[in-house]
Design a protein around this ligand. Structure first.
Ligand code: NAP
Length: 285
């Protein structure tokens, strides 16, 4: 499948390189052109001059942009150029409502749409080991499978359109809790002046071990917060989760509310473009 990628940031850029390795990358586009030119230099793949041109030149399109309104802006531009039967795969994290709106626009222009948010971090994107949560028609997923297999290791059909994003919301709530637990625990250990290399080695192998501590533990202890996953993006995701929870009868999402408030404090201090592990800043005295 001739595949195009729109949005070549931390995640989309790595996906494009993996699609190139798989022989599938056909066109790229990024709002900031210099970034698209970097990927073009690395791969030799042509940069389209607009989103609608890219849409007219590809059989499959991966989108990886920041927020709900960005996805809808890109979707409307795709709709101007899309060929019948083109598969549009949105890997951004947005609300289920946005996924349904995007699907309506694409399907009414004779294309196909799957919401395919991902988890596994920037490392997962780089190593093509992402876990992909798919919403949409299962038969269409089979068409998209070669493209998804080039960027991820686990591909799970969750249910109809929007359910991939609903699954991702569950993931983001859990990530908020893990971030709270790991930053608090490691700041506690550092406060006791323990040898934190030894602490990490010991506890990673036991019941408290987890991906986030393995990948961000050392850097947060060293006071460096290079993204990774930008704090302002997780804040955006958690606001979506709170919005979804507000329509339900369940107990609410207290840990998520607390994390949103903490992130807002950090964003106010100018740390929104740092990794989510910058939460560590609030845990230290
Ligand atoms: P990023 O590095 O900040 O990249 C964002 C990309 O979106 C850039 O290419 C940016 O273009 C583009 N963009 C933003 N608004 C746009 C618009 N209105 N029109 C066109 N392009 C636009 O972010 P990222 O970490 O790759 O995250 C991308 C998505 O994946 C987000 O929804 C995020 O929540 C999700 N995600 C991230 C991770 C992670 O660990 N980083 C993991 C899973 C999912 P410019 O270059 O011009 O700014």
């Amino acid at each position: 499948m001739k595949t195009g990628v729109i949005g070549l940031g931390v995640m989309g850029g790595a996906m494009a390189l993996n699609l190139h390795k798989a022989g599938l990358l056909h066109r790229i586009w990024n709002r900031t052109v210099s970034r698209a030119n970097e990927i073009c230099e690395q791969t030799g793949v042509a940069v389209s001059d607009s989103i609608s041109t890219l849409a007219s030149e590809c059989d499959a399109i991966i989108i990886c942009v920041s927020k709900d309104e960005d996805v809808l802006e890109v979707i409307n531009a795709i709709a101007e150029g899309i060929k019948p039967g083109t598969m549009v795969i949105d890997t951004s994290t947005v609300s289920s409502k946005t996924a349904k709106q995007a699907a309506d626009i694409i399907i009414s222009n004779d294309g196909e749409f799957l919401d395919c948010p991902v988890t596994g971090g920037s490392e997962g994107a780089k190593n093509a080991t992402l876990s992909i949560m798919v919403g949409g028609d299962e038969a269409k997923l089979n068409t998209a499978r070669p493209v998804l297999s080039a960027i991820g290791k686990k591909i799970i059909h969750i249910g109809p359109t929007g359910s991939g994003q609903a699954c991702k919301a569950v993931n983001q709530v859990i990530c908020a809790g893990i971030n709270q637990a790991v930053t608090e625990g490691l700041a506690f250990g550092q406060g006791m002046e323990l040898d934190m290399d030894r602490v990490l080695e010991a506890i990673s192998a036991g019941a408290a071990g987890n991906w986030f501590m393995d990948h961000r533990g050392k850097t947060m202890l060293a006071g460096t917060f290079e993204p990774g996953f930008k704090l302002k993006l997780h804040h955006k995701d958690l606001k979506i989760c709170l919005d979804m929870a507000s329509t339900m009868d369940e107990a609410g999402l207290p840990l998520t509310s607390m994390t949103v408030a903490d992130y807002e404090e950090l964003i106010g201090q100018g740390h929104g473009d740092e990794d989510i592990s910058a939460l560590f800043r609030l845990k230290k005295n």
